[in-house]
Design a protein around this ligand. Structure first.
Ligand code: NAP
Length: 199
């Protein structure tokens, strides 16, 4: 299957590429350093990406950003950035996919644990992650005849915790998270928020 992987150069994208490549043709996308250039915060860029890539069997998105900062320092620009980037970027990835994803194909988006387990500084990120999950539940109802749509909530990734100087054993290895994305591509679920677990 042809799989378009957005955010392919990142921590999770690298592992997802590694796990999909033996059985699928992976087309990589991100703002820089991938086969296809895309900026999720720019809808025209998403349209152009689909035009360049042609038809695919699946789209996986592990790209996009949201602002992590204390509530009293989050400004209008921070909320606007977060909503336009990781939230509307992924929403537009689905909206613009019609006609570019094979019938019965799939789109898999990414949320995060802060949707349901917030922490100090996560207000904007929590909105975005919860919004992606709500969108997927609703959109799947209307897209059933066309494509499946799911979201993976990765939890804290072990390698990310390590890079932050925190206890990596509290997190889930990126390779285990990547297996959840592979399931979303290859199995038949739709409208689901899939959680990663240590194997
Ligand atoms: N790592 C964790 O512990 C963890 C936990 C929960 C949720 N998540 C979520 O999982 C996703 C991936 O995390 P990660 O740790 O793999 O992130 P990462 O290492 O920072 O990688 C992000 C990837 O997305 C691309 N990207 C960023 N902004 C983009 C944009 N506007 N348009 C297109 N591509 C863009 C980056 O490449 P360019 O910069 O070249 O565009 C890169 O390929 C994120 O949504 C993150 O919030 C991660």
């Amino acid at each position: 299957m042809r799989v378009l992987l957005v955010g392919a150069t990142g921590m999770l994208g690298t592992e997802i590429k590694r796990i999909l490549e033996p059985s699928h043709e992976v087309i990589t996308a991100s703002r820089k350093g991938s086969e296809v250039s895309v900026d999720l915060s720019d809808k025209a860029s998403i349209v152009a990406m689909y035009g360049t890539v042609g038809k695919v069997g699946a789209v996986v998105c592990v790209g996009g950003a949201a602002k992590f900062a204390p509530l009293d320092s989050l400004g209008d620009d921070d909320y606007a950035f977060s909503l336009a980037n990781k939230l509307m970027g992924q929403v537009n990835l689905v909206r613009c996919a019609i006609g570019h994803v094979d019938e019965g194909g799939s789109i898999t988006l990414t949320s995060g644990t802060l949707a349901h387990q917030p922490m100090v500084g996560s207000a904007a990120v929590s909105i975005v992650n919860a919004g992606v999950e709500g969108f997927v539940r609703a959109a799947a109802l209307e897209l059933q005849a066309k494509m499946r749509v799911n979201v993976v909530s990765p939890g804290w990734v072990a390698e990310t915790l390590a890079s932050m100087g925190k206890d990596a054993s509290e997190g889930i290895p990126a390779a285990d998270v990547a297996k959840v994305y592979k399931r979303a591509v290859e199995e038949t679920m739709t409208g689901q928020t899939l959680l990663a677990a240590k194997s």
